[in-house]
Write a protein that binds this ligand. Structure first.
Ligand SMILES: [Zn+2]
Length: 293
């Protein structure tokens, strides 16, 4: 079953709704790095092109301080060949989901991006009427981005150039709509945590309920609930050993603080509580329903 949105979560003084920009398909081997296929194919079965189905989940946050979007998916600027390679299936994508909820793009006050890869930041811009100029999708929003991530994205290397497409973020800066973020920043109820590894300046994003309890959007630090075990790290990560260290540190904190996790690429479990097994390993707590209170 394909789902593109989930019930609204009441989170203290805020509401949080998971809205998906759609589905994508990425190479299963690349998604699980050094983990052998005999192990990962039991969790997510690959298609005949060895790709697994993934979500592109975003969070819509409403409450004091206005309306915030955490991530925006791939957007719709890509040509047919690109859409085929990455198996993009968007069905109107995030803009349709927002319109359905009475939250059109011009009502979004801020957009927060964990990093600038196309499947996270592509929806930040759209084609203007001429079909060739990319302009901000959310005309009244401030876009919150780590300056180091932006600089790396503007100077990609041969290994990450396929994911960093200038049309997705350069127009935001040109339009003067970017505000740089760093570790520890608090933007009303939104908190920024530097969580390096996938990229050098990747951030995770917390949504405060007003009393310090967070929903933490982990971005590509832990893209699905299947990536919770230590060695399950994507081959896409530029600094996988750093990912491991960040993951161990940050998941321990999340567990200790009792925070709820949001998983960008998990098509089935976009929100999940964590638990630890007898050996201290983090896993999805399937007995606690995130929407059940
Ligand atoms: Zn990424």
């Amino acid at each position: 079953m394909t789902r593109f949105e989930w019930p609204t979560l009441l989170w203290g003084e805020r509401t949080i709704t998971v809205l998906s920009d759609g589905l994508q398909r990425l190479d299963g081997g690349a998604m699980f790095g050094v983990v052998p296929r005999v192990l990962w194919e039991k969790k997510l079965a690959p298609d005949d092109r060895n790709r697994i189905r993934l979500g592109m989940n975003c969070l819509l946050v409403d409450g004091p301080g206005g309306r915030t979007l955490i991530e925006v998916g791939s957007g719709d600027k890509d040509d047919a060949k690109f859409q085929d390679i990455y198996g993009l299936e968007r069905d109107g994508g995030l803009p349709r989901r927002l319109a359905d909820r009475g939250a059109p793009p011009e009502t979004v006050d801020r957009v927060v991006l964990t990093h600038l890869h196309f499947d996270h930041a592509g929806g930040a811009t759209k084609w203007a009427e001429d079909g060739r100029t990319a302009v901000p999708t959310f005309p009244n929003a401030t876009y919150f981005i780590h300056r180091g991530e932006f600089e790396d994205a503007m100077n990609p290397n041969a290994r990450n150039a396929a994911s960093y497409l200038e049309r997705n973020y350069a127009p935001l800066d040109e339009a003067g709509r970017v505000r740089w973020v760093a570790d520890g920043d608090r933007i009303d109820g939104i908190r920024i945590f530097e969580t390096p590894g996938h990229t050098r300046h990747h951030v995770s994003v917390g949504v405060d309920d007003g009393e310090g309890r967070l929903v933490v959007f982990l971005g590509d630090l832990v893209p699905t609930t299947h990536h919770l075990p230590d060695p399950w790290i994507m081959a896409y990560d530029l600094y996988p050993v750093t990912t491991l260290e960040t993951k161990q540190r940050f998941l321990a904190r999340i567990h200790d603080e009792g925070w709820l996790c949001a998983f960008v690429h998990d098509a089935d479990y976009p929100l999940s509580w964590l638990k630890r097994d007898g050996r201290g390993r983090h896993m999805r707590d399937e007995e606690r329903d995130p929407w059940g209170g």
